[in-house]
Every structure is written in structure tokens, then in C-alpha cells.
Design a protein around this ligand. Structure first.
Ligand code: C2O
Ligand code: CU
Ligand code: CU
Length: 429
């Protein structure tokens, strides 16, 4: 029996094999299939119930990245599912429309579980149904694009050796939705791509092969107030951006990673920042259906006043530690009052890449080294790239799911760093 306002999903994590576009059956993991997972969709205000089954030979978890929900439903390292076991989180969606995602979070093994293929998107639709001002037909003019890099060995198996790289696994092929060298066919003038960096380590600078402008309409936690016209969007692991690109009939254009501007990173080539790699080809049909123009105003986002913060905290990321400490499942690093407004100042002290992700909340970047944030950081975010030695002031309002027993995580989303302990825990009380 499905009651109105309740969405039920079943996800089974299992082993399989998948041809990534190389002609070889690569052993992979997936949700409900051989590789990756279905896009789950629910409306703001609906109650979601997911039956998660673990058919893998080892324990795992499923975390709802970007979702505001009770800590015990969060799917972090405290909600392990044994092989053969099930877990059934339930929560009510209480946040704006956004492109979120889900992935495993077992402490010490997240990099490997995601790299093997466990990831999918979770789209929150507005409570009145799809936003018809923007392209919104799934798979037609509104397309998920999970961007991930992989390296295969000579036998066509995923190469799980990070070769001692400081940032972990860095692949030499970039896949879109699990396929290397793939394309989408476009039948409309405007195409909306919901880009997710689902990679373990690589940061992308995404743009089009002819350097055309496109509009960024949303970032991690939902719509920007106004579309931002640009030629590049930088996405570090875990970040999302929704872009709308205009197409001409019969044209072909490629979505390309031009390597990311990583700021002051030493030897960018070692971190993939010099790589120019095709991600996906777009093939426009000879005739394109007209699309309504992108609205000039998309939404309005509540202003948060830094001077009204109830608490301030500072987090320094260095090596594999935050504030000089590695992750300890039994240590709580911050106790937050339910409903509090907090300002977290975050900084990387390394000359190589880190980013910063906070569970449960969407934050606002209110300052970057004291200056107002660039337009692409001005919306709702749950993950932010940290340029080395630059400080980021993040302002966030914590929710009302008080639970002193179950912590939420905050961490670097370069998954090797997270696994190695660059993670802390907070409780909301
Ligand atoms: Cu995307 Cu703590 O995770
Ligand atoms: Cu998360
Ligand atoms: Cu890191």
C-alpha cells in the first residue's frame, strides 16, 4: 500500500560487469544493475522510504548527499549494512528542488565502493511538480550527467592502485553515466544537463568544445537566484551544477573537461589539472523543438547575516587531518544547537587539492578570503573546493532534527582523504 505523499524506493547494491565503452566487460558494482544506480526523484514535502539491500560481499552504507534529514537516516559510517542485510531509512523532504546524489560511506572504504560504481542521483522536484520554466523532461531535455574518471588495467579491470598519488585514484578516461565516448541526442533548442562530479579525486573545469557560453542555473542545493552565463564550471568531487546550453540544428558539440583552475596547487599535472578530456558529445537533431527562454530570475534565497551567527568554528585541513586530528568514530567534534546559525571558516594548509562537505545542511559561502563569493558560489552549497591557503566563511542554519546519539559528518570529499581520516563529526542537540 502506498499512501499519498509517500515515495517508496528499493535499492540493491550488488556485483556485476559493465562495458564502459571499451568493449570489455569490467567487473563493477551497482545499485539495481551492474553499474551506478537509478535516478531517484521525489517532491519537496513528500515522505521517502527506501529499502536498501546489501548484496555485496562486504558491508557498506548508502548516504544521501546534500539531503536535510535525521542523522540516523543519513547513511554515514554509523549506519552500516551487513552483507545480506537491509536498512530502511524514512524521512520527509524539507528543502528546495535540487540535484542531490547518493553513494556509500563506509569508513575507510568509501573511495573503493564509489570507484567500483556505487553512485546515483537523487532529484528533488518542487512541490508543485516540475519547474516548467526550465527544460524538465527527463532524458529528453533534462539529462543527468554523472562525471567520473576511471583507469582500467590490461585485463579491463578497474585499477584500484592509486600509485601513491597524494589525492588518490585518478583515472585516465572520463565517463559520463558510466560510458566512455558516449553521446546524447538533443531534440530541443535548450538542453539542461545536471552535472555531478562523482569522481573519487579529480576536479573538473567543464565547458564546451567551441568555448560557447552556457547558463549555470543551479548549484549543489538548488537554483541560483539568477542564471550565471559562463564558459567554465569547476566541479570538485561531490559538487553539482545544472547548466542550460543552447543548440543549433544538426550541430555536434562536446562537453569537455579543460582541467580545473585549482588555485595555487603545486605541479597541477599531478592532480589532473592540466588534462583536457572529452566527457560527452551532444548531437543535435536536424530539427529542434523550440524551448522557452531561461528566466532572468530563478528564485530568491534567504539572506543570512553573518553577524547574527550563534557560534563560529574554524576548521584547518592539513595532510589527512582536520584541526590536527584524524577521524575518530567515538569522538564528537562539534555540538550544535538545533536551529542555530553557525559560521564555519575553513582553510586548506596543503599545496594540493582538498574540498569541504557538510552533511545535513546547505550552506552559503559568505566570504572567500574576506571578499564576496564569485557568482557560482553564491547559491546553496554542501561541498566547496578549497583553494590552497584561502579561507572560506560558510554560514549555515542547522535543522531541528535533534539527536545527541547519532552524529553527522563533515569532511574532505576527495575520498582517499576522507577514508584516511580527514573527517569530523557533529551532533545536533
Ligand atoms: Cu558525499 Cu559524507 O558525503
Ligand atoms: Cu554528504
Ligand atoms: Cu582532501
Amino acid at each position: 500500500m502506498v499512501s499519498p505523499g509517500v515515495r517508496e524506493f528499493a535499492l540493491t547494491a550488488r556485483e556485476g560487469t559493465h562495458d564502459m565503452g571499451t568493449g570489455v566487460a569490467t567487473p563493477t558494482w551497482g545499485f539495481n544493475g551492474d553499474h551506478l544506480g537509478p535516478t531517484l526523484r521525489a517532491r519537496s514535502g513528500e515522505t521517502v522510504r527506501v529499502r536498501v539491500t546489501n548484496d555485496l560481499p562486504e558491508e557498506t552504507t548508502v548516504h544521501w548527499h546534500g539531503m536535510h534529514l535525521p542523522a540516523v537516516m543519513d547513511g554515514g559510517p554509523h549506519q552500516m549494512i551487513e552483507p545480506g542485510g537491509t536498512w530502511e531509512p524514512v524521512w520527509t523532504i524539507d528543502q528546495p528542488a535540487a540535484s542531490l546524489w547518493y553513494h556509500p560511506h563506509p569508513h575507510g572504504a568509501t573511495e573503493e565502493h564509489v570507484y567500483r560504481g556505487l553512485a546515483g542521483m537523487f532529484w528533488i522536484d518542487p512541490d508543485e511538480g516540475p519547474d516548467t520554466r526550465l527544460p524538465h523532461r527527463y532524458g529528453v531535455d533534462d539529462v543527468p550527467v554523472v562525471v567520473q574518471d576511471k583507469r582500467l588495467d590490461d585485463d579491463g579491470e578497474l585499477d584500484l592502485d592509486d600509485q601513491g598519488l597524494e589525492i588518490g585514484l585518478l583515472g585516465d578516461r572520463v565517463l559520463a553515466n558510466g560510458t566512455w565516448g558516449g553521446h546524447v541526442e538533443a531534440s530541443t533548442e535548450l538542453l539542461r544537463l545536471r552535472l555531478l562530479n562523482g569522481s573519487t579525486a579529480r576536479t573538473y573545469g567543464l565547458g564546451f568544445s567551441d568555448d560557447r557560453d552556457f547558463d549555470v542555473v543551479a548549484t549543489d542545493g538548488g537554483l541560483l537566484e539568477r542564471p550565471v552565463a559562463t564558459t567554465r564550471v569547476r566541479l570538485s568531487p561531490g559538487e553539482r551544477a545544472e547548466v542550460v546550453v543552447r543548440l543549433a540544428p544538426a550541430e555536434r558539440v562536446r562537453l569537455v573537461s579543460y582541467g580545473a583552475e585549482l588555485g595555487d596547487v603545486v605541479i597541477p599535472s599531478v592532480f589532473g589539472a592540466d588534462d583536457v578530456i572529452d566527457v560527452l558529445e551532444i548531437r543535435a537533431r536536424d530539427r529542434l523543438e523550440p524551448s522557452p527562454p531561461v528566466p532572468e530570475v530563478l528564485t530568491s534565497i534567504e539572506r543570512l547575516d553573518p553577524s547574527a551567527a550563534d557560534a563560529r568554528r574554524e576548521w584547518e585541513l592539513e595532510g589527512r587531518e582536520i584541526n590536527g586530528q584524524g577521524m575518530d568514530m567515538d569522538r564528537v567534534d562539534a555540538t550544535v544547537t538545533a536551529g542555530a546559525l553557525e559560521q564555519w571558516t575553513v582553510r586548506s594548509r596543503n599545496p594540493y587539492p582538498h574540498n569541504f562537505h557538510v552533511h545535513d545542511v546547505q550552506f552559503r559561502v559568505v566570504a572567500v578570503d574576506g571578499a564576496p563569493p564569485p557568482p557560482l558560489l553564491a547559491g546553496l552549497k554542501d561541498t566547496v573546493y578549497l583553494e590552497p591557503h584561502v579561507s572560506y566563511d560558510l554560514l549555515m542554519r542547522f535543522g531541528d532534527h535533534a539527536d545527541p546519539e547519532h552524529p553527522y559528518m563533515f569532511h574532505c570529499h576527495l575520498l582517499l582523504h576522507e577514508d584516511d581520516g580527514m573527517m569530523g563529526q557533529f551532533v545536533v542537540v
